[in-house]
Ligand binder design. Structure first.
Ligand code: G6P
Length: 477
């Protein structure tokens, strides 16, 4: 296949831009707030980089276009593919399966067929766009077959893969009727990256058991002589960018305004999540409701602000969750609220980065209680915004971030009494205790930002076993 012009190609389910309509009716693309594009932008610019991804609409074919100096290559999905590849196999099979089967995964053969077909479309696009010997970085669970498909088309490429979500324990992964195909798909990469060391180990063990390849520690030896490396690279955020934003007068003024409009309570507790059943929203709301009901917290003093960003709204389990949370919030506010004092302020909406930073600044306690989470970047964002060393973080031990943020109040979200005790401890902690904890967490987050994460992955991809001459140019200063 003829090679293209990009020396560095990122492949992700989504493009790093959102379509917005300007007041004059014109359609514009705006860079999405995620940290990944921020981290990769410099490398992309120095290497004529291209980003291949879906633009978020169905039945619409768009030509490649430039945005702010980045080459974006849209992949189209039909309405049926959105239902079967994206909502179905990616988000109703793989997502729950990889998150400890928090809800039951559904296995449908048509969904799998669609996943294969769409993965091939992404691989074919990349094969056209990448120059000879280019570096290609495939992202996340939606595209696990791409590494192998791409290698078959373009054996000259250096291919990396990173899984942003957990990789499940071997016992759960075995449920997947297409387990061997997924493992073989990933083995098309030279380097397979995970959030946690345990995930990398699970993967290597499964490859040995299910595919029968020889393995040693983090290496898999393939019969064709190739070696694949599987390692952990805990992802992070644009920490300095968040801190800078949190220091702007505009954000500080907005934080004060938020507290004011909440009635200037003694304690503002905050949760910010995609509305997802993995996030442990029920558990944290129940814990807070009980603390108010039994009088440990007082409705005049404490407010819980929960932002739940709409997500995957046509998937059944997400619809069920939305109704459940609406009911639960209504019940708690109805039971323990008073005129002018709704203890839970529930916002089903998505906000720009500035508003998130203001919320982080306004919150005395941040509550992050997923039942399972690959990393959880909200926890790190909160820490990055607290340059004043104030504020406390309550963090689930089942989030990847727990292994780095050891000074958080760590909780098992299934244990409601334990959660209540930790929440209360965080609320009541004195300034010295919380400053000590926050300082330790800030050291970790500010030093290990997303730039370092991307740099580590790309360096090890370039230098790993079987690497040919390094092709990636470092980003311009
Ligand atoms: C998680 C996944 C991402 C995904 C994001 C938003 O963070 O790891 O791959 O893009 O959720 O979900 P959505 O389905 O809207 O892309």
């Amino acid at each position: 296949m003829a090679a293209g012009t990009a020396d560095f190609v990122v492949i992700a389910n989504r493009l790093p831009v959102d379509r917005v309509t300007a007041p004059d009716g014109e359609t514009l693309w705006r860079k999405s707030p995620g940290g990944l594009v921020t981290a990769l932008e410099p490398v992309m610019r120095s290497n004529g980089g291209a980003w291949i991804g879906w633009h978020g609409a169905s039945d619409e074919k768009l030509k490649p276009f430039d945005h702010d100096g980045l080459q974006l290559v849209p992949v189209h999905l039909t309405e049926q593919e959105v239902a079967e590849y994206y909502e179905g196999f990616s988000n109703a099979t793989l997502w729950p399966l990889y998150h400890d089967v928090v809800v039951a995964p559904e296995f449908h053969r048509e969904w799998w067929d669609s996943y294969v077909k769409v993965n091939r479309r992404f691989a074919e696009k990349a094969a056209k766009v990448a120059r000879k010997n280019a570096v290609v970085w495939v992202q996340d669970y939606q595209l696990q077959l791409v590494p192998r498909m791409l290698r078959e088309l373009r054996p000259d490429l250096r291919i990396g893969f990173f899984l942003h979500i957990p990789f499940p324990p071997t016992e759960l992964f075995q449920q997947l009727p297409w387990r061997k195909e997924i493992l073989e798909g990933l083995l098309g990469a030279d380097l397979v990256g995970f959030q946690m060391p345990g995930a990398a180990q699970n993967f290597v063990r499964l490859v040995r058991q299910r595919v029968g390849h020889k393995t040693h520690r983090d290496l898999v030896y393939l019969p064709d002589g190739r070696t694949v490396m599987a390692r952990a690279y805990p992802i992070s955020i644009d920490a300095a960018g968040f801190e800078e934003l949190a220091r702007t007068p505009h954000v500080l003024a907005r934080a004060a305004e938020i507290r004011e409009s909440l009635g200037n309570p003694t304690t503002v507790i905050l949760g910010i999540d995609r509305l997802d059943y993995t996030k442990g929203l029920r558990q944290r709301l129940r814990a807070f409701g009980e603390l108010i009901a039994e009088g440990s917290l007082h409705v005049d003093d404490a407010v819980f602000v929960q932002v739940a960003t709409p997500s995957r709204e046509r998937v059944q389990q997400y619809k069920i969750l939305r109704d459940d949370i609406n009911r639960l919030v209504g019940r708690i506010n109805g039971d323990v609220g008073r005129i002018g004092h709704q203890p839970i302020q529930y916002l089903h909406a998505s906000y720009p980065r500035e508003e998130m930073a203001a919320l982080y600044r306004a919150a005395d306690v941040m509550v992050v209680t997923p039942l399972r989470d690959g990393m959880n970047l909200v926890a790190k964002e909160y820490v990055a915004c607290r340059y004043d060393n104030r504020g406390s973080l309550v963090l689930s031990e089942f989030a990847g971030a727990a292994s780095e943020l050891k000074s958080a109040y760590q909780v098992n979200p299934h244990d409601i009494n334990g959660l209540k005790a930790s929440l209360l401890e965080a609320v009541q902690s004195g300034p010295r205790t919380s400053a000590k904890r926050m300082k330790a967490m800030r050291k970790q987050v500010m030093e290990n930002d997303i730039e370092r994460w991307a740099g580590n992955f790309l360096r090890e991809l370039n230098e790993g076993p079987g690497a040919h001459a390094m092709t990636l140019r470092p980003s311009a200063p």
